[in-house]
Design a protein around this ligand. Structure first.
Ligand SMILES: NC(=O)c1ccc[n+]([C@@H]2O[C@H](COP(=O)([O-])OP(=O)(O)OC[C@H]3O[C@@H](n4cnc5c(N)ncnc54)[C@H](O)[C@@H]3O)[C@@H](O)[C@H]2O)c1
Length: 330
């Protein structure tokens, strides 16, 4: 088995929220890393701590646009890649409902380019960022990987289709893969200003600025919130340590938390008086979401390290620091 330092890993979407935390783990393990990101929702600032590091290359490019051509140039100087972590995607459920064709173009079209590159270039393993959005409300709660995957949105369909592509490339071309179905990931660097954002970063941003917090539906819908550094460790374990080969695995905490409870806890932590308002439920949002942990524990040795309150504290500290840096740069 290669030492981590011998790996050269392509991270698509590596300037994004989960991608940049994953780059942090790969860099800390001594890998060479090539990030391909079009910066549509990601930021170079997310990779600032590695700026000018000789083991990191960042390529601003769209994965749906001649990925192989872009990578040919980059690998000519940096050497061949041997692993891929594929995050780059259109990530907003509501946008996929409004524009399914674009969701297909980026999520399926992009994944097809990544997989073809992997097949033609002898990539040893690919880890794919799938989503709990592959399950709908009919799946029993807590949801396990054996539950029926029947997505309630075009975004969920594109993620599930990506998994089928992985299975096909594995069976017919021997490409090793792990697909990780993330539950609701939260933490520092999740952009609260974008409509792609997670509920925690949006609520925190509003709590800190005193703006009203809008909850869609009655707030008793539940989610399984998993901290981003735990997710990054699971991804890198699957990528470098050959864990979960050929498997599709839910990544969460196993704890079911209501959106109302999250909003109240954030207001308390931020010592905020932001009012809470309610709006109609959105198409494609499911009512309950929480995962079983058996497969993640068994196949990846995954045990989340960061408890919800601790993760909220860390996220709040980041949201506050961002608010200060934005106001001081205006
Ligand atoms: N955040 C979550 O709770 C969550 C849950 C389930 C699945 N996921 C999946 O995890 C992955 C990462 O999500 P995230 O929350 O970090 O989102 P993000 O928006 O921060 O990251 C996506 C990154 O991909 C880049 N990108 C988008 N389209 C691209 C393209 N065509 N070419 C190159 N780069 C492109 C963006 O600029 C961004 O840096 C996505 O695949 C997402 O669907 C996230």
């Amino acid at each position: 088995m290669k030492a981590s330092a011998d790996h050269h890993v392509l991270v698509t979407g590596g300037a994004g929220f989960i991608g940049s935390h994953t780059v942090d783990v790969l860099m800390a393990r001594g890998c060479r890393v090539l990030v391909v990101d079009d910066l549509s929702t990601g930021y170079m600032a997310n990779l600032a701590r590695w700026r000018d590091h000789p083991r990191l290359t960042v390529l601003k490019a769209d994965i749906t646009d001649d990925l192989a051509g872009h990578l040919k140039h980059a690998t000519a100087s940096m050497g061949p890649l041997d692993r891929i972590i594929h995050f780059a995607a259109q990530t907003a459920v509501p946008l996929s409902v409004d524009d399914p064709a674009n969701d297909i173009r980026v999520n399926l079209g992009g994944t097809a380019q990544v997989l073809e590159y992997a097949r033609r270039n002898g990539i040893a393993k690919i880890v794919f960022a799938s989503s709990s959005a592959v399950y709908d409300d009919d799946a029993p709660v807590p949801v396990s990987e054996a539950s029926l995957a029947r997505p309630a949105s075009p975004y969920g369909i594109s993620k599930l289709s990506g998994e089928f592509y992985l299975d096909y490339y594995s069976r017919y071309f021997g490409l090793k893969f792990t697909a990780l179905r993330f539950m609701n990931v939260y933490g520092p660097r999740q952009d609260p200003k974008s409509h792609y954002s997670g509920v925690i970063s949006i609520f925190m941003d509003r709590a800190v600025t005193g703006a009203p917090i809008t909850i869609f539906d009655d707030g008793e819908q539940t989610r399984d919130f998993v901290f981003v550094t735990d997710v990054a460790q699971a991804v890198v374990g699957a990528c470098l340590d050959n864990r979960g080969d050929g498997e599709i695995i839910n990544i969460g905490t196993g704890l079911e938390v209501s959106v109302n409870l999250i909003a109240r806890t954030i207001l308390e932590l931020a010592q905020s008086n932001s009012p809470i308002t309610y709006a109609p439920a959105r198409v494609g949002d499911i009512r309950r979401s929480v995962t079983t942990m058996d497969k993640a524990t068994r196949s990846l040795g995954f045990v989340p390290q960061v408890k919800l309150r601790e993760g909220l504290d860390q996220t709040l500290a980041w949201v506050r620091a961002e608010a200060v840096s934005v106001s001081s740069s205006v």
